[in-house]
Design a protein around this ligand. Structure first.
Ligand code: HEM
Length: 157
């Protein structure tokens, strides 16, 4: 739905075809990656539905199409072996693929959204609030499980 009222937004709105190319290109690298491949291959036996779901997800994020209906936080909380450094690798492969396949502005927009969502997921997966009064308490978001900002990112209510 490119929109003449919001030209800046339209410029960084990828087509569904470009989203498909990025999703397929990215997960081809993920599956071949020494660190990430085994994590995905343990959980996903049929890649067709997962790739379709990820196209719908990125369509919702980048085109506000509302095509994705799911709960990424719950899906990632089930993955017990994922470590923070796996997110660095994920983001590095995602950024590499986006820059290979997309015009610069669109690649920047994809990478920006991926970083924000990865941050929210990591808050939910790895951040454990300390008891009240502890010196390691982080700002006002100590009880944040990441779900609030994640819902905002993917346009979910
Ligand atoms: C270390 C990084 C990551 C790992 C290892 C990982 C792994 C996985 C795995 C194994 C699944 C399938 C879960 C299942 O079917 O039960 C999944 C689903 C998903 N992932 Fe990730 N992921 C990572 C980062 C991300 C990031 C940064 C995003 C978004 C930018 C993302 C978005 C999603 C979405 C939308 C789903 C589908 C959830 C659903 O079932 O609705 N993931 N991920």
């Amino acid at each position: 739905m490119p929109n003449s009222r919001f030209p800046e937004f339209a410029q960084t709105m990828p087509s569904e075809d470009l989203i498909r190319a990025l999703v397929h290109g990215f997960y081809a690298k993920v599956r071949a990656d020494d660190a990430l491949g085994p994590i995905f291959n343990r959980v996903i036996s049929d890649w067709g539905p997962h790739l379709e779901k990820m196209c719908a997800f990125w369509s919702s994020v980048m085109r506000m199409s509302g095509r994705y209906h799911g709960n990424p936080m719950a899906a990632h909380l089930r993955l017990k072996t994922v470590k923070p450094e796996d997110f660095e690798r994920w983001l590095s492969l995602f950024s590499e693929t986006a820059r290979e396949l997309c015009p610069e502005d669109i690649a920047d927009a994809f990478v920006d959204r991926a970083h924000n969502i990865a941050h929210s997921l990591q808050l939910g997966m790895f951040y454990r609030p300390q008891p009240r009064g502890s010196a390691t308490r982080i700002g006002a978001n100590a009880a944040n499980d990441g779900t609030g900002s994640l819902s905002d990112e993917i346009g979910a209510k």
